[in-house]
Each structure stands twice: as C-alpha cells, then as structure tokens.
Design a protein around this ligand. Sequence first.
Ligand code: URA
Length: 433
Amino acid sequence: MRMYDIIKKKRDGFELSTEEINFFIKNYMSNEIPDYQVSALLMAIYYNGMNNRETADLTFAMRDSGEMLHFEGLNGLRVDKHSTGGVGDKTSLIVAPIVASLGVKVAKMSGRGLGHTGGTIDKLESIKGFKTDIPLNQFIDIVNDIGICIIGQTKDLAPADKRLYALRDVTATVESIPLVVSSIMSKKLAANDDCVVLDVKTGSGAICKTLEDSTKLASIMVDIGKKAGKNMMAIITDMDRPLGRNVGNSLEVIEAVQTLKGAGPEDLTEVCLVLASAMLNLAGYGDTETCRKMAMEQITSGKAFETFCKMVERQGGDASCIRDTNNFEKAKYTYTVLAPKSGYITYMNTEDIGIASLLLGAGRNKKEDNIDYSAGLILNKKTYEKVEAGEAMVTLYTNKPEAIEQVEAKILNATIIEDEIKDERPLVFKTII
Ligand code: URA
C-alpha cells in the first residue's frame, strides 16, 4: 500500500477502505508518512468529504493511536458534555457542578482555546493556583470524593488528533465535517465515559455556520458514539450570538459563578439547564422535564455552587476568588464602546467578537503565547436588545491599550443596529438522539 495511491483515490472522489485509513494513521504516527503527504490528503478530504463509514473508521483509528482511559476504582456512571466551540461558552463550568451535585460522576478532560473560541482549561486556570495537570490516580480519587474533577487532555489520549489538528490549523482544513467529527469523537471515545452530551453550536461564531451542516455534524457524532457503545445525545444550540455577556477567561468564570448562584444571564442559564437535564436524562434520572427541575433546584439551593467551590479547592485553586469575585485580578485598562445609533442590535458577528477578545489578550495567536486571564469584554448590550445612541454597548478589559482602537473598530463593524427585530433565532434548535 502507498500513501500516494490513497491521496490520488481521495483526490478523485473515491471511497477509502478501512485498511487504507488504518494504514494512513498507523504510518503517520510512526513517522513513515511525511506531513506534506498528509496535508495533501487532508485537502482532498476537505474537498471530497468522507461517507459515514470512512468517518467512523478514521475516528476509531485516531482513538486507537493512543491509550484508552480505564477508570478502575471509579464508582458510578460517568457522564461527559462536550461543546464544538463557541464565544462566551462557559457552560461546562456551570453544568458539570450541577450534575455532580446530584451524584453523577464528572471526570472531565477539557481543551484550551482554539482560534477565536475559548477553552475550559484556560478559564479554570484564571483561578489562582488551579491545577489542570493532575495525575490519573489523583483525578479518580477526587471524582470519587466530590463527584467532579476537570483536567486537561493527557498527551497519550488520541495523539493522532494532536498532530492532525496542528496540520489542519496551518493548511486551512479545519472546517471539514469528517475531520471535525474524527477529531472530537476520537478524544471522547478514548476518554471512555459512559454517556456523552454534545453541544453542537451553529451560527457565525461556530465551526459550522449553517443549521444544515451542524445537523450533519451532530448526527454523525451521535452515530459513531453509539457504534462504540456510548449513550449519546446531541443538542444544537445557537452561536450566532455570544453566550451570556462576558467573554474572556476570568470574566467568564465570574459569569459562571453568577449563574451558579441563580443570577446569570437568561440565555446562558437556559442553555445550561437544557444541557444539565440532558446529562441527567442520559444518566437515568428521569425525563428531561423532571431532570430540568432537579437541575434548577441545585442552583436555587446553592448545592451546585458549593460543588464548584469544592472542586476549586480540591484542585488547588484560590476559592476566595469564587466566593468573592472582586478578588480576581483586574485588567489595567477599561474602555467603553458606545452605540453608534439607536435601535435594536439585530446581529453581532460572533466570530469577530471572539477575535476582539483575543486581540485584547484573552487568547493565543500562536500555541506558545501566554494568555492574559483578566482580558476580555462585557457585552452590556447584545443581539436582540435595544440600545440608545451613545449608550455603553461593550466594555473592554485589557493590559494592551494599543489594541483598543482596532478592537473598537472590529466590534462596530461586527454589529448591525436596525429599527426593529425582523426574526429572532431560537436559542436551542433541536435534539438528536
Ligand atoms: N474541537 C476539536 O477538538 N476538534 C475540531 O476539529 C474542532 C473542535
């Protein structure tokens, strides 16, 4: 078998066999196939796609490129939740403690920010002292004791994804459904949870911009998870507007704390309740309506917030920041972007809002860049809300005053204000099981 022939076959629109896909992953991982040939194959996949069988084969080959986690000694059903990536998406910080406070085990491995989207691990690391590189045996102990622990991905988990992702990032082949599916699902299957709820985003801030593509992405991921024996559900939620008002690492932790205390923004609270009830439902706690009430009760009783505090303490974090969010370090400079005219915000390009936060210092331009945890922005006004000309629309937080002018222009360019709202997108589109 030759890599050249595999590239040619996919270039010409033909289906790859299981053996060919296994050959490609195995020999790439043993450095027998160079990056330039893999780049060519990725581009051929980007243009010609893969059918569901090929996508499943690629996922399983990538999963098997490293170790599968086995949670010997962990008591109880493990349920995970994974988002395909968004702006202001801090749902894991809220949903995980809600379900853990009800007895579900959340042994979660999360990622860092990617492109214009934020990552749970970066957000948690904005809490002083919080450790995300905990050894596996300690990770299991913490989950057994308090029901929840969130760490970064271990390097042995689906290592083929790490290499392929880095190549996709520099060859303009990230936005390909089979490549996104295999990237996410190889890691989820290697992490080996019992149940997985996928939050598949759709809209201008998501990888899949259209509902049609997001539906396709969700359906294939659910099918592959089921094939591997997992209890799966996908929920398609809106990412044509940032979720909540805060974007940026410690700003998002602050908003997560407000939401865990029952004082969060309506859209964020709603998406969290939908995801938490889906996780509880998969774990056998009853129908989604009953589970939603249970999730809500964990917020109003303060139990979900207490579980979050326990997790922060057990993972070495300074819980005083969580109990009083004024203790978070603040950015040196703030700047207010004013509404240029009166009316309703009918659209805010969400990818641009994510990039604005990144330019203020909240994300990385290169893998090795440091993050400024205090940087980001707060949307005082957001999509579908009324503004008056000259009113504070967005507040910027940064330690890079030189970025402010460019960021202000980006936000104003990304925002459309009209006299009326013509149609409002739903927050939750559909569930796929
Ligand atoms: N998240 C991933 O882990 N991989 C992708 O390809 C996209 C989002």
